[in-house]
Design a protein around this ligand. Structure first.
Ligand SMILES: Nc1ncnc2c1ncn2[C@@H]1O[C@H](COP(=O)(O)OP(=O)(O)OP(=O)(O)O)[C@@H](O)[C@H]1O
Length: 258
């Protein structure tokens, strides 16, 4: 048993001869924003992939809300309340804002063909409700976007696309949001707006916890409560951003290299 929202216990992940995560242990509590930082190839994305069931760990255990989820498949992890965004945008550019967000809420909508045919009215009611929820969610980020729910996302600037990706992750009402390099490809001003958005998401999220992987240290410094630094799959430091930034091993492995 674990009293934390999330716990990695001695997790190892090997890909052939490469040890991407090396005896990695960490915890996360409700409402925390945790920064996961480290050089390229240090295991940050692998930790997300192990957590979300893309890969089973080679050794070790993962617990979420006191239940062991080691090796659970991605759908079970999503249904447990863990959602993510990706380093590269996974939006369908030709689809509308609304359709892209709906893809994030399949748990309520995907039922059997027969069930949908027989209770068509119920399906339509669910679609209406989800449409309202999607619009309300988008409106909390941008009223202007909420008025364009039927427009394709391909024409939107990067900051708006990132907002839609975050809305797609949030539409299912998760407990834990994993953000993988959300500032990638954005301008300085857009990055600042995004940080405000993420802090707003936590403020509104009724206990929502966030883990953010990010190379932009201004983002990490501003929005995280705590940071973990990885190097070659090993945790080399943990603490507030100020604490880890002052750590000589972190400076040698990562920050000093910039
Ligand atoms: N599917 C895979 N097959 C083989 N090796 C992999 C696989 N996924 C990750 N790795 C290796 O595991 C190590 C950790 O990679 P990972 O992507 O987790 O690092 P990262 O810290 O997220 O890097 P970046 O900051 O560049 O995104 C790297 O050496 C990488 O090449």
């Amino acid at each position: 048993m674990t009293g934390h929202l999330l716990e990695f216990r001695n997790v190892v992940k090997r890909f052939g001869g490469v040890t991407a995560l090396d005896d990695f242990s960490m915890t996360l509590d409700q409402s925390e924003i945790l920064g996961l930082i480290g050089p390229n190839g240090s295991g940050k994305t692998t930790s997300f992939n192990v957590l979300t069931g893309i890969y089973g760990p080679t050794e070790g255990q993962v617990f979420f809300e006191g239940q062991e989820i080691t090796g659970a498949d991605p759908r079970a992890v999503y249904e447990a309340g863990i959602v993510r965004t990706f380093q590269r945008s996974r939006l369908c550019l030709s689809l509308s804002i609304y359709d892209n967000i709906m893809i994030g809420d399949t748990s309520r909508l995907v039922r059997g063909l027969w069930s949908n045919l027989i209770s068509r009215r119920r399906l339509e009611e669910q679609l209406d409700m989800t449409r309202r929820q999607a619009r309300d969610l988008v409106a909390t980020f941008s009223g202007h976007l909420a008025d364009r729910m039927d427009q394709p996302v391909g024409a939107l600037p990067m900051i708006e696309r990132r907002r839609i990706e975050i809305c797609r992750a949030l539409i299912s009402g998760p407990r834990l949001l994993l953000l993988d390099e959300p500032s990638a490809g954005m301008t300085h001003d857009e990055t600042h707006q995004l940080m405000d958005d993420i802090l707003d998401v936590r403020a509104r999220g009724e206990g929502l916890s966030i883990i953010i992987v990010e190379h932009e240290m201004g983002v990490i410094e501003r929005i995280t409560d705590r940071c973990i630094v990885l190097s070659y799959g090993r945790k080399i430091a943990e603490g507030t951003y100020a604490e880890v930034a002052a750590d000589s091993e972190v400076q040698n492995a990562y920050l000093g290299a910039d």
